[in-house]
Ligand binder design. Structure first.
Ligand SMILES: *[C@@H]1O[C@H](CO)[C@@H](O)[C@H](O)[C@H]1NC(C)=O
Ligand SMILES: *[C@@H]1O[C@H](CO)[C@@H](O)[C@H](O)[C@H]1NC(C)=O
Ligand SMILES: *[C@@H]1O[C@H](CO)[C@@H](O)[C@H](O)[C@H]1NC(C)=O
Ligand SMILES: *[C@@H]1O[C@H](CO)[C@@H](O)[C@H](O)[C@H]1NC(C)=O
Ligand SMILES: *[C@@H]1O[C@H](CO)[C@@H](O)[C@H](O)[C@H]1NC(C)=O
Ligand SMILES: *[C@@H]1O[C@H](CO)[C@@H](O)[C@H](O)[C@H]1NC(C)=O
Ligand SMILES: *[C@@H]1O[C@H](CO)[C@@H](O)[C@H](O)[C@H]1NC(C)=O
Ligand SMILES: *[C@@H]1O[C@H](CO)[C@@H](O)[C@H](O)[C@H]1NC(C)=O
Ligand SMILES: *[C@@H]1O[C@H](CO)[C@@H](O)[C@H](O)[C@H]1NC(C)=O
Ligand SMILES: *[C@@H]1O[C@H](CO)[C@@H](O)[C@H](O)[C@H]1NC(C)=O
Ligand SMILES: *[C@@H]1O[C@H](CO)[C@@H](O)[C@H](O)[C@H]1NC(C)=O
Ligand SMILES: *[C@@H]1O[C@H](CO)[C@@H](O)[C@H](O)[C@H]1NC(C)=O
Length: 718
């Protein structure tokens, strides 16, 4: 009974009460207690902590917030006074009881209110409690179950900041109109609301929508009974599930972890305008970026314009059947609809159009009835089931322009688009490109499968040379004695027939010694490899290196030096920053990869290979640190030290920094690289290389670098 604290209620007199324990040991504060700068509340099992923090010591701005208690680095998940930081340390958080209501008040000595919450319900003995879910709740202090949401008169989960935690709702209370939405922080040092936000559009068929200001940026589509239309994680890797709830009172979306032992959060990042999925990896002691949205070209809202479909596999736009592009690329109706005779064409694996101009019939309407309803209304342009479970049920009808359509690689649903009778030919679905794919390329010789099988002893294990992301490679011998390598596309691989054919066509056309210089400058086609890495360099009997794996290669027109793609593919650790960030690739992005490769050869280490031992250091950073510390030769692999010539090794390191420059134009071209390697000409001083982009530093490569997003390149001689 030695601790006393002073509570200053709104009414102007002082009360002094004894408290039994110090605030720091509890998960609650009551009406008679306060929380000041040096105190925190800790949830019962120690998962989360509420307290004051600063983001920038120099400015002395204090915020009240919640962070993970067990995770180092104070990851803030919620901020009370987002917009109004305390500017001096004399502030307290109080529960106020006056004659009409309870309030939570964060203020400077009770006169400058930084943040306040008023609850219309009057509590006898209010208590503020931090739960292990990260939710801060205000409730009556009695035996009511603290986990029962109905007992909360106020909860922080209703006022999300930039972070969605498991169990938090994103949605709308239809009775009160109250919206629970996420808004990004303005920047890392300022938690006040930025322009990037995410909320549920509930006017028609509810659809979660990410926006920049009021501009739509990304939608995963509406809930279709099993999931969101656009599936965003790969099957089998999921350790969380989405929850969707909808009735007359409320519509919301949330997520739940299948395994509570893995902390996970979704956060909006204003710097990249992406929704980030972050998972805490205990063994690495860091947050792993598990996914991010939007991720690829087709996911950008309305990227193709109205009445056009974005084909995920091709990363390209196609006007819907019945529409034709004009000069500006807008899709306009080709022939007018004729209400009486129109029919429908079916698109498969679709994310349905933006639901803001749909009529949503959540009933036990089946597809036949749905089609009927659409046919009967002349302005209905498309229909689909709203719930794809089982045979499919429910019905959504669209009117006017169809926006934000895309095909999805491994999810989605059937969508029926209205077309004039003349457009209906066969029952073939429109995304079936099998005919096109069967056309043979005259430059590529074809072998019968039986020839390949017998040359590799039926793809025997003994003949297997290695295995890549797309399949296995076997050695073989043709009947005439010629030795061959056979790549067998695995059915489970992400490489489609098109990428495979692209690779084959390229290899066939490039009759080459196969060096990068040749690809960039000497071949008939200017080729950018896009996936240069150690495992794509093969060594023959005589240790001659050959570049392989042209699955991702791209050919540029003769005069063209850069191309921009929205689908960044390549391999983590080797991608140039401009390519990773904006999809800009050029011969200079291959030069960057070459720089990484060179460092790897000298050091015998893989870039990001030893992440576990040294989480924050990548090879480039490590090399550069040694360089500026004046001991670059420490980088050289122990096994190479004796046999190598240190002045040559030093030169390699030096040249690799030139290749690894942040700006593509600061990097040498391949012919200059070779000249520098081959001669003893003086080398320019390197500027600090690109130490790789922080935002992407924890990207899970298999997710980011999904090869499904590939587009096909067209070969043109230059
Ligand atoms: C603020 O200062 C403390 C102690 O000097 C330090 O540990 C902390 O990292 C600093 N925080 C920031 C955001 O600079
Ligand atoms: C009670 O507190 C609320 C919120 O702070 C305030 O608006 C109201 O005026 C107060 N009522 C009285 C009687 O002080
Ligand atoms: C809060 O106010 C109500 C009514 O004014 C009163 O009955 C109750 O005892 C007060 N509670 C505390 C803890 O002072
Ligand atoms: C849950 O996580 C723990 C610890 O990471 C792990 O041992 C366990 O296998 C996981 N369980 C499931 C079902 O994934
Ligand atoms: C349709 O309504 C039923 C019953 O109200 C509800 O359970 C279901 O979640 C709703 N479906 C959608 C997709 O909103
Ligand atoms: C067709 O549907 C639209 C949108 O629901 C509605 O406004 C219009 O009245 C309907 N037309 C007919 C002829 O039913
Ligand atoms: C078209 O319909 C016929 C007969 O129903 C069926 O045999 C055929 O497989 C269908 N073709 C396609 C491409 O779906
Ligand atoms: C390969 O398989 C075929 C058919 O199963 C068989 O006839 C042949 O003997 C096999 N060849 C070898 C080398 O295993
Ligand atoms: C896209 O590619 C995947 C795998 O390569 C294939 O399964 C799918 O059918 C393709 N989708 C379309 C619309 O072409
Ligand atoms: C990518 O190219 C565009 C257009 O040339 C340019 O504006 C942008 O700055 C480039 N991005 C990077 C990261 O270099
Ligand atoms: C190392 O290489 C340089 C340049 O190729 C050469 O001048 C020098 O003699 C070599 N040193 C040794 C010890 O071989
Ligand atoms: C490569 O770079 C060198 C030096 O900057 C320049 O002289 C040469 O013209 C470039 N070659 C090509 C093909 O761009």
């Amino acid at each position: 009974m030695e601790n006393f604290i002073i509570v200053i209620p709104m009414i102007c007199f002082y009360l002094i009460f004894p408290i039994s324990k110090t605030i720091a040991e509890t998960d609650t504060i009551t009406h008679f207690q306060s929380l000041s700068k040096s105190q925190t509340l800790v949830s019962k099992n120690g998962e989360f902590e509420l307290g004051f923090f600063t983001l920038d010591n120099s400015t002395n701005h204090y915020y009240l917030g919640i962070w993970y208690k067990k995770i180092p680095g104070q990851t803030i998940v919620w901020v009370a006074n987002r917009e109004k930081p305390a500017t001096n340390p004399n502030f307290v958080l109080l529960i106020i009881n006056n004659t009409t209501m309870n309030s939570l008040l964060l203020s400077h000595n009770n006169n400058n209110v930084l943040w306040s919450v008023s609850v219309p319900r009057k509590l006898k003995n209010p208590v503020l409690q931090l739960l292990d879910s990260g939710n801060l709740v205000l409730r009556e202090q009695n035996n009511d179950d603290e986990n029962e949401e109905k007992n909360y008169v106020w909860q922080s989960f209703d006022y999300p900041g930039d972070t969605l935690l498991p169990g938090m709702k994103l949605g709308k209370d239809l009775r009160t109109g109250f919206v629970r939405r996420l808004t990004a922080w303005k920047n890392k040092k300022d938690p006040s609301p930025g322009t990037f936000n995410w909320e549920m559009d509930v006017t028609k068929w509810p659809e979660p929508m990410q926006r920049i200001g009021s501009m739509k940026q990304f939608s995963s589509g509406p809930w279709i009974g099993v999931d969101y239309g656009s599936k965003i994680t790969r099957e089998g890797e999921r350790f969380f599930k989405y929850v969707y709830f909808s009735n007359e009172d409320e519509v919301y979306f949330a997520f739940q972890l299948d395994n509570n032992s893995v902390p996970m959060r979704m956060a909006l990042d204003q710097a990249t305008y992406r929704r980030l999925y972050l998972v805490w990896i205990d063994s690495d002691q860091q947050w792993l970026l598990y996914n991010l949205l939007p991720r690829v070209f087709c996911e950008r809202y309305g990227v193709c314009g109205p009445n056009s479909n974005c084909d995920w596999n091709k990363s390209a736009c196609d006007c819907l059947r019945g529409f034709r592009p004009n000069r500006a690329g807008s899709c306009l109706r080709d022939k007018p609809l004729n209400c009486k005779t129109d029919g429908f064409v079916k698109y498969v694996k679709m994310k349905v159009p933006d639901t803001s101009n749909c009529l949503y019939l959540n009933q036990s309407t089946n597809l036949v009835e749905c089609r009927d309803k659409c046919l009967r209304n002349c302005s209905c342009v498309a229909y689909a089931n709203s719930d794809i479970r089982g045979e499919g049920k429910g019905c959504a009808l669209w009117f006017g322009d169809l926006n934000d359509l895309r095909t999805l690689p491994d999810a989605g649903q059937d969508l029926y688009i209205r077309v004039p009778a003349s457009e209906i030919e066969t029952n073939a679905t429109l995304t079936d490109h099998s005919k096109e794919e069967q056309e043979e390329d005259p430059e590529v010789p074809y072998y019968d499968l039986s020839v390949i099988a017998s040359s590799t002893e039926n793809f025997s294990h003994e003949n297997k040379l290695g295995e890549g992301g797309f399949g296995s490679v076997f050695k073989g011998t043709l009947e005439n004695g010629q030795r061959i390598a056979v790549k067998r596309l695995s059915s489970g691989s992400g490489q489609g027939i098109k990428e495979f054919k692209n690779e084959i066509a390229l290899i066939a056309k490039l009759q080459h010694p196969k060096g990068l210089l040749y690809l960039h400058q000497d071949s008939r086609h200017r080729v950018i490899h896009r996936d240069l890495k150690a495992s794509n360099v093969l060594l023959d009997d005589e240790m001659n290196p050959k570049i392989s794996d042209f699955g991702l290669a791209r050919i540029l027109g003769g005069d063209q030096t850069t191309e921009i793609t929205q689908c960044v593919v390549g391999t983590y650790g080797y991608i140039a920053p401009e390519y990773a960030i904006d999809g800009n690739f050029s011969v200079k992005s291959d030069v960057f990869s070459f720089g990484v490769l060179l460092l790897e050869i000298v050091s015998g280490k893989k870039n990001r290979g030893d992440q576990r031992q040294n989480e924050n250091t990548n090879l480039i950073e490590q090399a550069w640190n040694l360089w500026i510390e004046g001991r670059p030769l420490d980088l050289i692999n122990e096994d190479l030290k004796e046999s190598s010539n240190s002045s040559e090794a030093l030169r390699c390191i030096h040249i690799s920094f030139l290749c690894l420059q942040q700006h593509p134009h600061d990097r040498p071209n391949m012919s200059f690289v070779i000249m520098m390697l081959d001669s003893e000409i003086g080398l320019p001083q390197p500027k600090q290389p690109a130490l790789f982009v922080g935002e992407y530093s924890s990207l899970n490569k298999s997710n980011l670098l999904s090869v499904n997003e590939l587009s096909m390149s067209i070969l043109e001689a230059r």
